[in-house]
Each structure stands twice: as structure tokens, then as C-alpha cells.
Design a protein around this ligand. Structure first.
Ligand code: AKB
Length: 364
């Protein structure tokens, strides 16, 4: 297998002879993470964002992108049209069916979450061969990749390390864990016996997101979404039935912090990274603790705990906390503010602004 030589691997011209524009591809661009990532990249001066989503993006996000493609990541013709126009140098592959939704259509979830990812990994390889530069592939895995067998093991395990308890109990978790391994394979072993195999085409990097809480977007089909759902309901003055028990505990982080950490990993020098997959999180919280904090800020909030047995089983299989020491050591990840500070300083003010101060009365 030969190493990629930037001199000999000169970039090809586009079909019409014109040089293609450089592009940073974001799939699932219209999702919660996509929304935050596009805004953050644009704020950092990125003007070559190529967005892909099943649905058209809102105007304010379209204005941050060089171009928006509407379609399916499994659509080879669509990806081909995109590649004819852009030299993709970085991929943020966010498109996925989340954990709850995936349990109703597991085979569809596999098709989107895994086959779709393989399409993108292969595209990244072809792009690197075409323009002669390594393509950085940033992939969001999830705490759903873990699977603790029972509550006693979960409590004893505490903050789990990246290589512990990797026995996911959801299709989404299986998909995420599978894509972690596929990313490593495409980056280090792809077609390793072929005569024309080339090393160094792909630089695959992955963070395992905890539950994410965004003030700017509504949660969409995640089993960790009891956290953000509770906050948005209180701010909007709506009663909320929490689908897990009050003692249910998982790791969380605010969306801006998750985006910041993702970009920090993307920017880290490759030589500093000792692994492809990293835990990140800001704090571990129970549904009851979140409810307590929500009521401090929205005293009239109506929060009732009505566990959904099946969804409860899923969240009970996820760790109470994750060990982020590898990310801290390799690329300087900082967990950031704890829950009380994160709520008080960023989340609550932003979410009040979103709902115009509506909903439950103001306090603190
Ligand atoms: C979900 O709840 O499915 C996701 C996740 C934990 O990755 N937010």
C-alpha cells in the first residue's frame, strides 16, 4: 500500500475543465448539531460550507452556506453531482436516525446510519485521491454505543472509559459503534490488499456525544431528550411528562460546548491523537436534578414523571457518566461549566429569549 504523495497526486479539474471549489461538507445539516455547527463555522469565517440534508434549510442557515444540496446521503447521483462541483477537504457527517426513532424502523436506521456512512467514507476516499489531500472525516458517535447490563453495573461503573461496556442495546447504538470501527478501517486499512491502495487518504476522528441540550433547536427523536424536552416545555409554559424515572442519570453537555469540542478535535494536530474515538461530556445529571433546576428558574413548571418502560430500559443501559481524560490529554478538551452554572449562565437566558419570556413565571 503506497503512501499518498501530494506532489504526484495532483488535483483533477472538474468535468467542465474548471477548477472545483474547496468545500467543507456537513451532512444532516438541518439537525440540532448541524444548526450549531454551521453557525459556529460561519462565525469562524468559513465560507465554503456545503450542506446536505433531506429537507431544505431555513433561510438564515442557507445564508451561511456556499451551497445546500437537498437529498439522501445514500443517493450516489446526488453525491456525484456534489463532487463534480467541490473538492471536499473536511466532512462532518451528522445525518442519522436517532435512538428512539430507530427502534421503530431498525433496518431503515441501519441503511441510513451505516450504509449512508459507508457512502460518505468512500466519497471521502475518492475525493482525497482526486485532489491529492487527506480528507478529515469528523463523525459524531454517542453514549448509545455503550450498553450496561443492569442498574447495579451502571452505578458501580461510574464514569466509563472509551473501551468499556461496548454492548449497545439499540439499533442506533449498534450503528454508532459499527461506524466507529468502519471509520477506523477506512482510515487505516481500506482495500489493504489492493495494488492501488493508498495510505493516508482519510483522517477519521470521532466524539461520543452525551445527551445534548440546545436552547436554539427542539429535540428530535432521541432517548436522551428528556433533558432538553423538560427545559423547552417549562420555558414555553407547557406541562411535561418525563418518560424516565427521576433517578435516571446520564452525561450531558450544552450544544455550544459540544460544537466547540467537535471543532477542537477537528483542529488538533494528527500527531497528538492516540485514538480515533473520544468521550466528551460536561456533567452527569439525573432527570430529577434537571427538574429541580428547571423549577428554580420556572417555579410554575408542571413536570410529571411517567416512565415509558421500553425507553427507560434504553437509558438505563447508558452510562451515568463518561471518562473524558483521553480527550483532555490528547487535544485539551475541557468539560466546561457544571449543570447549575451552564443552566444559569447560558441555557436559561437563551431559552427565555427564544420563548420571549413566555411560560412559567420568572425567578432568580
Ligand atoms: C439520542 O438520544 O438518541 C441521541 C444520543 C444519545 O446520541 N441524542
Amino acid at each position: 500500500m503506497r503512501k499518498m504523495n501530494r506532489d504526484s497526486d495532483t488535483p483533477e479539474l472538474a468535468a467542465d475543465g474548471a477548477r472545483r471549489s474547496a468545500g467543507v461538507l456537513i451532512t444532516g445539516a438541518g439537525g440540532e448539531v448541524g444548526h450549531g455547527l454551521i453557525k459556529a463555522l460561519h462565525a469562524r469565517g468559513h465560507r465554503q460550507i456545503v450542506a446536505l440534508d433531506l429537507r431544505e434549510l431555513p433561510a438564515e442557515m442557507r445564508s451561511c452556506c456556499r451551497e445546500v444540496f437537498v437529498g439522501d446521503i445514500c443517493d450516489a447521483a446526488l453525491l456525484g453531482r456534489m463532487m463534480a462541483r467541490y473538492e471536499i477537504t473536511e466532512v462532518y457527517h451528522l445525518a442519522a436516525l436517532l435512538s428512539t426513532r430507530s427502534e421503530f424502523v431498525p433496518e431503515t436506521a441501519h441503511n441510513v446510519n451505516v450504509d449512508g456512512t459507508i457512502h460518505l467514507l468512500r466519497l471521502a476516499h475518492e475525493q482525497a485521491r482526486s485532489h491529492g489531500h487527506t480528507v478529515k472525516f469528523i463523525y459524531p458517535s454517542s453514549v448509545a454505543a455503550y450498553g450496561l447490563p443492569d442498574l447495579e453495573t451502571k452505578q458501580q461503573a461510574g464514569a466509563v472509559h472509551e473501551d468499556q461496556h461496548l454492548r449497545p442495546t439499540t439499533m442506533y447504538g449498534c450503528n454508532k459503534l459499527s461506524c466507529e470501527h468502519l471509520g477506523r478501517y477506512y482510515a487505516r486499512h481500506y482495500r489493504q490488499l489492493a495494488q492501488d491502495a493508498v495510505e493516508g487518504l482519510l483522517d477519521f476522528r470521532c466524539v461520543r456525544y452525551p445527551g445534548l441540550i440546545s436552547s436554539e433547536t427542539l429535540p428530535s427523536g432521541g432517548t436522551s431528550d428528556f433533558g432538553p424536552e423538560m427545559v423547552h416545555a417549562a420555558a414555553a409554559g407547557r406541562a411535561y411528562q418525563c418518560f424516565v424515572r427521576p433517578d435516571t442519570r446520564i452525561p450531558f453537555m450544552m450544544m455550544p460546548k459540544a460544537i466547540e469540542a467537535t471543532l477542537q478535535l477537528a483542529a488538533a494536530p494528527a500527531g497528538q491523537l492516540t485514538r480515533c474515538v473520544y468521550n466528551i461530556s460536561s456533567f452527569s445529571a439525573s432527570a430529577g436534578e434537571i427538574a429541580e433546576l428547571v423549577r428554580e428558574h420556572f417555579p410554575d413548571a408542571e413536570i410529571e414523571f411517567v416512565p415509558d418502560v421500553q425507553r427507560q430500559q434504553i437509558v438505563d443501559s447508558w452510562p451515568a457518566d463518561v471518562d473524558c481524560s483521553q480527550a483532555q490529554r490528547d487535544w485539551g478538551f475541557e468539560p466546561g461549566a457544571g449543570m447549575r452554572e451552564a443552566f444559569g449562565e447560558t441555557l436559561i437566558p437563551a431559552i427565555r429569549a427564544r420563548y420571549g419570556g413566555a411560560g412559567a413565571s420568572v425567578m432568580v
